[in-house]
Write a protein that binds this ligand. Structure first.
Ligand SMILES: Nc1ncnc2c1ncn2[C@@H]1O[C@H](COP(=O)(O)OP(=O)(O)O[C@H]2O[C@H](CO)[C@@H](O)[C@H](O)[C@H]2O)[C@@H](O)[C@H]1O
Length: 479
């Protein structure tokens, strides 16, 4: 079966968050399930530079008024169609923002262009490779099912995956006439969304199936608190929606072979984590001998980083250390930097994005803190499990589905892998930290937690099989 995946970022070419990891790992995992998955991605400068020599497979003379080519290349096992439309994608800055971090004002057009190209590929733009199904990710690809339904591929099944329903791609209705859609598309059954145009809304309405990245989040978004305005639509389409938990690329994230580590290790040689611990301490200027808690995150309200700032002093008071890597909200960044200046040698902050450092932190820290208010799946707890770094997580979304809390029952059954807390407040986090310190003081139990985590199946195997079954069902139905 041929499946076209459409995403606005893909590891290892361009990444701002977890979407890239999933978009980069899923195609490789699907290969083991008889699915030939190719990915359509925008030709940002970083992508064009890294892929090197490409082959032109299609030309679109006027894509919203600009000339575009579709290029094909195989990069690190990924079969890629790159949308080379310099007017849209050859820009300074990130995939969505300019060099100053401001959203491009024409993002609606840039990602409509990506989506329309995907629909054209579904309709046969590249005769040698016509997909049996198209899988769109997040709002940036939200219009893919819309263009397919209203265009020339209404029969080809489509799936949309929601990685975070908080990001919806909501734009002024003034853009509608420029989207090259028929007038009836601007309706409650189409892309109209509270008087605006909603890209994710349109995708959720039109896709043949909806998935999100964990079973718990799939249930949570039925409620207003989590659905963020889309809960009614999610409920109406519940019979077409499901949750499939993310896996991770266990070849990239392998503590035995990871070239980014100071020292490789396995569950049998946990003492070899020590060199990584030293590297973390050096990088963050830490000098204690208690447990190291790490945070690798966007520094935002979603991720509970204000709660972390409130509870940081408690970690130090109990003899722990804290290493924070992230960027995001300026006020939250400032609060954490200030905590570090108050607790020199105990709290270290690195504002920025650093992939190799994130690997070393997972390999050298004792625990990772993830106090998210909501978390569709979460990947850092999965990397942590694999690297013997014990996850301490809020009980929400995929965090609830992937970490087994170290309560008495789970500890005595020998299955606990981390700590969960359900009151997602600074006090809830403090209480969890008290439990963490208690177990930390018992090295045998702590080691057992690490080993259980390292044994957990965080690979794509099961989830790729679930996607393969979903694709097969949709394709065999005729849609
Ligand atoms: N400063 C930094 N330096 C280096 N690496 C950093 C970093 N900050 C974050 N990262 C990395 O970026 C990724 C973030 O993954 P998350 O699962 O937290 O996803 P995110 O919230 O971006 O995406 C959404 O999509 C994913 C994928 O479906 C869901 O898991 C998640 O719940 C949802 O919110 C991880 O690989 C992490 O290591």
């Amino acid at each position: 079966m041929k499946v076209l995946s459409v995403a606005s970022e893909i590891y290892p070419l361009i990444k701002t968050g977890g979407l890239a990891d999933v978009a980069g790992a899923l195609p490789l995992a699907m290969g083991h399930h008889g699915v030939e998955m190719r990915s359509l991605i925008p030709g940002y400068p970083a992508v064009m530079k890294k892929v090197g020599k490409t082959k032109k497979v299609a030309t679109i003379p006027s894509l919203f008024g600009v000339k575009a080519n579709v290029l094909f290349v195989v990069h690190e096992g990924l079969e890629l169609y790159v949308l080379d439309a310099p007017a849209f994608f050859q820009r300074e800055g990130g995939p969505y923002t300019d060099a100053l971090g401001k959203d491009h004002t024409d993002n609606w057009k840039r990602f409509a262009a990506l989506s329309l190209t995907a629909a054209e590929i579904a309709a046969g733009l590249i005769p040698a490779w016509k997909p049996d199904l198209v899988h769109a990710h997040d709002w940036q690809a939200g219009l893919v099912p819309v263009y397919m339904r209203y265009g020339r591929a209404p029969e080809t099944p489509s799936v949309i995956t929601v990685h975070n329903i908080a990001f919806q791609g909501q734009f002024s209705p003034a853009i509608f006439p420029e989207l090259a859609l028929p007038p009836e598309a601007y309706s409650v059954d189409g892309i109209e969304y509270y008087g605006d145009v909603g890209y994710l809304k349109g995708g959720l309405q039109m896709a043949h199936a909806i998935t999100t990245v964990s079973p718990t989040y799939a249930r949570e978004i039925h409620q207003g608190e989590f659905g963020m305005g889309l809960e009614g639509l999610i409920r109406a389409r519940a019979s077409h929606a499901s949750g499939i938990v993310n896996g991770i690329d266990t070849a990239v994230w392998n503590p035995l072979t990871d070239p980014m580590l100071a020292s490789s290790f396995s569950a049998k040689q946990l003492t070899k984590r020590a060199a990584n611990r030293e590297a973390v301490m050096r990088h963050f200027g830490l000098d204690g001998d208690g447990p190291i808690f790490c945070v690798i995150s966007r520094l935002t309200w979603q991720k509970g980083m204000d709660l972390l700032a409130e509870a940081a002093g408690d970690i130090v008071a109990q003899g722990g250390m804290l290493a924070i890597l992230g960027s995001g909200d300026r006020a939250l960044e400032g609060g954490l930097v200030q905590a570090a200046s108050w607790h020199k040698g105990r709290i270290g902050v690195h504002i920025g994005y650093d992939e190799p450092l994130s690997h070393v932190m997972q390999a050298g820290s004792d625990a990772i803190l993830i106090p998210s208010r909501f978390e569709p799946c979460g990947l850092t707890q999965l990397y942590a499990l694999r690297y013997g770094c014990v996850p301490v997580v809020a009980r929400t979304g995929g965090l609830a589905d992937t970490v087994i809390d170290a309560n008495e029952a789970a500890l005595s059954a020998g299955v606990a892998t981390g700590f969960q807390f359900s009151t997602i407040t600074a006090d809830g986090l403090r209480q969890a930290l008290a439990r963490v310190f208690e177990v930390w003081r018992d090295p045998d139990t702590w080691r057992q937690l690490q080993k259980n985590g390292m044994k957990s199946d965080v690979s794509w195997d099961k989830s790729a099989a679930a996607y393969a079954a979903l694709y097969a069902r949709l394709v065999s139905k005729g849609n």
